[in-house]
Design a protein around this ligand. Structure first.
Ligand SMILES: C[C@H](O)[C@H](O)[C@H]1CNC2=NC(N)=NC(=O)C2=N1
Length: 94
């Protein structure tokens, strides 16, 4: 999959088709709130497997039932198709 940094217009176009994600610090961003820590951790385990399979890894944090995810492509120094691909896979988990 393309490792090219997307233009601002391309990012906006793709974001329009990606529910619940936005931009924060020039990265794709979504936060998730679960019922409890076990559910949050289960979700993170699923995302970790997706990330490892794709060799594309999130920047994320977890506090109890809350998970925050930022996606960017370090090798492209910006947002690439890989970030959108992972974001769509993450959405499909829910
Ligand atoms: C060497 C390895 O393939 C690269 O460092 C991969 C690993 N995971 C990655 N994850 C993310 N988010 N961006 C990258 O550029 C990236 N590069």
């Amino acid at each position: 999959m393309e490792l090219v940094k997307l233009s601002t217009t391309e990012v906006e176009e793709q974001l329009a088709t990606l529910p619940d994600w936005g931009l924060d610090q020039h990265k794709l961003y979504r936060h998730f709130v679960f019922t409890n820590f076990v559910d949050a951790w289960g979700f993170m385990s699923q995302v970790a497997l997706l990330a490892e399979t794709a060799n594309h890894h999130p920047e994320w944090s977890n506090v109890y039932n809350r998970v925050e995810i930022h996606l960017t492509t370090h090798d492209a120094d910006g947002i690439s198709e890989r970030d959108f691909a992972l974001a769509r896979q993450i959405n499909s988990l829910l």
